[in-house]
Design a protein around this ligand. Structure first.
Ligand code: SF4
Length: 215
């Protein structure tokens, strides 16, 4: 289920996201299941004063952190298979809610047949424009999706895609991860750092690290 609360992790330092990844790597190295996630989450919450910087209560903070660690664990487990694919077999799915404009000022073209938006680069400071250019620089195809339900349609139509990197809220990432697992397609995921139907953001540095296999 989508969260029943709003969150914004933009005040957390980049080191927080790096540590989340380290905690995920430690979890994979050990063997005793969910207890490790709880320990990792408690460490992150305390070390980075997450409640204080985000204004979230403890329960909501724990929910977010658990999901972030879980996504990183999944990324690490799928990473080798993801990068074993050829570059022209990889696709990036970006969330339409991170566009600078959600109205007619956005010049993106919506291709109903795929279905996805294609950015027309109307604004240099649009996160989706920047992320699209970066992905193309590394050789990935890019689609801008209005929701996770587009994923099966696109992968059915574009059968050349053998690996998927998705940027989305954790709810959509979870939907996408289950679908990809069923289809035996390796995936990488980057969660949004705030939620909502518009004005959402993700960390461009973390995004490029995944694109370039530097994460
Ligand atoms: S840069 Fe692209 S995604 Fe952003 S508002 Fe313009 S056309 Fe839309």
């Amino acid at each position: 289920m989508p969260y029943g609360f709003n969150f914004d992790l933009s005040k957390l330092p980049q080191r927080f996201f790096q540590d989340t990844l380290k905690q995920a790597a430690n979890i994979i190295d050990r063997t005793d299941g969910s207890k490790k996630i709880e320990g990792a989450v408690a460490d992150l919450m305390k070390k980075f004063r997450v409640n204080e910087l985000t204004g979230l209560n403890t329960g909501d903070t724990l929910t977010i952190l658990r999901h972030l660690v879980d996504i990183n664990v999944k990324n690490l487990l799928d990473k080798d298979r993801f990068f074993e694919t050829k570059i022209n077999e990889r696709v990036v799915f970006l969330p339409h809610c991170s566009r600078k404009y959600m109205d007619r000022r956005c010049n993106a073209y919506f291709d109903k047949k795929i279905p996805s938006y294609v950015c027309n680069a109307c604004s240099d400071d649009c996160l989706i424009n920047q992320a699209t250019k970066l992905a193309r620089k590394y050789g990935y195809d890019v689609h801008i999706l209005s929701g996770g339900s587009c994923i099966p349609h696109i992968l059915e139509k574009k059968r050349k895609y053998k690996a998927v990197f998705g940027v989305a809220c954790t709810f959509e990432l979870d939907f996408g991860a289950k679908y990809l697992k069923d289809k035996n397609i390796p995936g990488q995921g980057l969660p949004l750092i705030n939620n909502g139907c518009a004005g959402t953001e993700f960390n461009l540095e973390s995004y490029e690290k995944i694109l370039s296999r530097d994460s």
